[in-house]
Design a protein around this ligand. Structure first.
Ligand code: GLY
Length: 317
């Protein structure tokens, strides 16, 4: 099918308090840009927004640097439990899994649930579905995440969250962060979709539910699509993704909706970031924390936000 418009794409690999190690910055930049390049090429070949979201999320989940899929952080009991959601903006349909274990790509389960009558499944139900679908048993644990957890356990869980990027030099630098991955797409047919996936905050209580599989952290309709990263409790309290989408639906520009929402969030001392695209192809990103690990393709060029540290709460392409 011939493309009607230029596709747009933005992805994130989390938001954090620092990205100091030069090696770390370059490695994260290369990882994000490679994924943008690959997904954008496929959008140009005609895949639709939801397919592009799934492909992008799978690649981000498979990159052990980021806290989703392989490389997920461990919870207080030393187990990995992952959450992921997809929203197809054109259909206005949300689906997701909460606290699923022992699979490679939680986003693939969220995709399967798009056509199910029960569209959000948690732990036992998600495990049963994974067995029904014959997903191979997979252990997403990496040595680095295990080392982080052991070090934190020795310290009696003093941190409120795990590192956003699994990077030895960053762990040494004491970098803490808010890891999640997300993909927002406007495809060549003018359709929007969004996907978000996470290993959670790290060190959290068993049963804690992430924003990533809620409309607060992952939401889209025909007008706009938004994926969030950061402290899930803050994202839920602001209902950030749904709020931005509703504001755009009611007539605000995406840039204004993001700016207003991030001013409110900053006033409320929230700690997070978000990426967004509207149906006109405008790309927007925002953060109340120091760093947003995000890269985009604006139809002409690939860019990223890794060195965006200025005072502005939001940026637009
Ligand atoms: N935003 C990911 C989480 O807090 O679980």
């Amino acid at each position: 099918m011939k493309l009607e418009i230029k596709p747009k794409l933005i992805i994130h690999g989390g938001a954090g308090s620092s990205l100091q190690g030069k090696g770390g910055l370059i490695a994260v930049r290369n990882a994000l840009r490679k994924i943008v390049d690959s997904v954008y090429s496929q959008l140009l070949m005609g895949i639709n927004a939801t397919e592009a979201v799934v492909k992008g999320c799978q690649m981000l989940e498979d990159e052990p640097r980021f806290n989703a899929g392989t490389g997920s952080v461990l919870q207080s009991d030393g187990q990995i439990r992952m959450s992921a959601a997809i929203m197809d903006g054109n259909m206005g349909r949300f689906s997701g899994v909460i606290n699923v274990s022992r699979i490679k790509n939680p986003i693939t389960m969220a995709q399967f649930l798009q056509t199910s009558s029960d569209r959000v499944l948690s732990d036992y139900g998600a495990a049963e579905l994974a067995r029904e679908l014959q997903f191979p048993i997979y252990n997403p644990l990496t040595d680095l995440r295990l080392q982080e957890w052991i070090a934190e356990r020795q310290d009696n869980f003093q941190k409120t969250m795990a590192g956003v990027v699994a990077e030895p030099e960053m762990a040494e630098a004491g970098s803490a962060g808010r890891g999640t991955i997300g993909v927002v797409v406007l495809d060549g047919y003018g359709k929007l979709a969004v996907g978000t996936s996470t290993g959670g905050k790290g060190f959290e209580r068993i049963g804690r539910v992430s924003d990533s599989a809620m409309p607060a952290g992952n939401y889209a309709n025909k007008f706009a699509a938004v994926s969030c990263t950061g402290i899930g409790e803050d994202i839920i309290d602001e209902c950030l993704a749904a709020k931005v989408v509703v504001r755009v639906t009611d007539g605000m520009t995406l840039a204004t909706a993001m700016e207003k929402s991030f001013i409110e969030a900053n006033n409320n001392h929230r700690d997070f970031g978000a990426i967004a695209i509207d149906s006109n192809g405008n790309i927007s990103y925002g953060k109340t924390c120091e760093v947003l690990l995000s890269a985009y393709h604006d139809g002409n060029n690939i860019g990223d936000t890794l060195e965006w540290h200025n005072q502005e709460l939001t940026g637009n392409r």
